[in-house]
Write a protein that binds this ligand. Structure first.
Ligand SMILES: Cc1cc2nc3c(=O)[nH]c(=O)nc-3n(C[C@H](O)[C@H](O)[C@H](O)COP(=O)(O)OP(=O)(O)OC[C@H]3O[C@@H](n4cnc5c(N)ncnc54)[C@H](O)[C@@H]3O)c2cc1C
Length: 295
């Protein structure tokens, strides 16, 4: 604790709500935004004994409205991209996914069309295999550089981990993803149409309100949004949190929601769908949990 207190790159008592797209979240006891991979390593070594959280774009996470004991590391300033050749690059985990989609399109590369309009950082996207239309970002990974609870760098080749719909086994490894080597491909004329098609799917989403995207994963063979709609969840409300009437899988912060309003509403929706259909929806939005206790 003393070491963290002394470090001047560490902020004490940072409110996380403005860093999360839902606009809710508690106060981080300690918070830092390192701008290098070595900076992350230094922080982990100094945080010995503390829970360490990693925050990317905050577009898929809920921190409770409490004091968050430990250190929250934001990857916002770890955002370099280094091209190896025409097709592959090392991209640091704080690089924004929308920026990456734009960057590779400008280079006439393709492979990430399905990610059109997905907010957040690359690290968060890899951790949850973010994607759409049956695709996920993990498909393009060659290797991942991460750091563990002792501050040791670890490299994972793509054969060292697995991924499926909105899941990547790296998220269970107690690591922070630092950098991702991805391989793209030369674009073909039809890629533009595919990109536009994915972009147009966003029109059905309530993007003018604060949200964290889809609340629940689609159970196999079903659409979570349709199940929620069929079970009458649209417009259900707890405090300032409401289920969108446009897309039932989106919970919106109408202005003054607390994270507990949102968590309660998630539970109400899950129970309602389970009670009517017997299907237990799995949460897609992550409840904030430490990556590890620094050792
Ligand atoms: C309007 C809207 C639309 C969306 N549409 C989609 C969609 O179509 N498809 C989709 O898949 N998602 C979608 N999302 C959800 C979200 O954008 C993605 O899940 C995104 O990839 C999360 O990245 P992030 O950086 O914001 O992660 P955060 O919210 O910061 O974190 C999410 C999780 O990832 C972990 N994490 C973050 N960075 C790292 C790291 N460097 N190392 C290890 N773990 C890390 C965090 O600890 C946390 O558990 C949408 C969200 C919004 C708000």
């Amino acid at each position: 604790m003393d070491t963290l207190n002394k470090l001047n790159i560490i902020e004490k008592g940072r409110n996380l709500a403005s860093l999360c797209t839902l606009g809710v979240g508690g106060i981080a006891e300690f918070f830092a935004e390192p701008d290098s991979l070595e900076g992350v390593q230094e922080l982990i070594k100094l945080a010995k004994g503390y829970p360490v959280y990693v925050l990317g774009g905050g577009s898929n996470v809920i921190y409770p409205d409490d004091l968050i004991h430990g250190l929250v590391i934001s990857t916002r300033n770890i955002n370099k991209i280094t091209w190896h050749d025409d097709l592959s690059a090392d991209i640091e985990s704080g690089y924004k996914l929308p920026g990456l989609v734009k960057n590779i399109r400008e280079k006439n590369l393709a492979g990430l069309e399905f990610a059109a309009g997905i907010p957040g950082s690359l690290g968060g996207a890899v951790s949850g295999n973010a994607g759409a239309g049956g695709h996920g970002v993990c498909e393009l990974i060659e290797s991942v550089l991460a750091i563990d609870s002792s501050g040791n760098f670890r490299k994972y080749n793509n054969k060292d981990f697995s991924f499926e719909y909105r899941k990547c086994s790296l998220s269970c490894e107690n690591i922070i993803i630092l950098s991702v080597k991805m391989k793209f491909r030369a674009s073909r004329p039809e890629d533009e149409e595919i990109y536009q098609k994915f972009l147009s799917l966003r029109k059905n989403q309530p993007l003018n309100f604060k949200s964290a995207g889809c609340t629940f994963k689609n159970p196999e063979g079903y659409s979570a949004g349709k199940l929620l709609d069929d079970c009458g969840c649209k417009n259900l409300r707890v405090g300032g949190a409401v289920v969108s009437d446009r897309h039932a899988n989106f919970i919106l912060n109408t202005g003054n929601a607390s994270s507990f309003d949102i968590m309660d509403l998630i539970k109400i929706c899950r129970d309602k769908v389970y009670g009517i259909t017997g299907i237990m929806l799995e949460q897609e939005i992550k409840n904030a949990e430490p990556c590890f206790i620094a050792s």
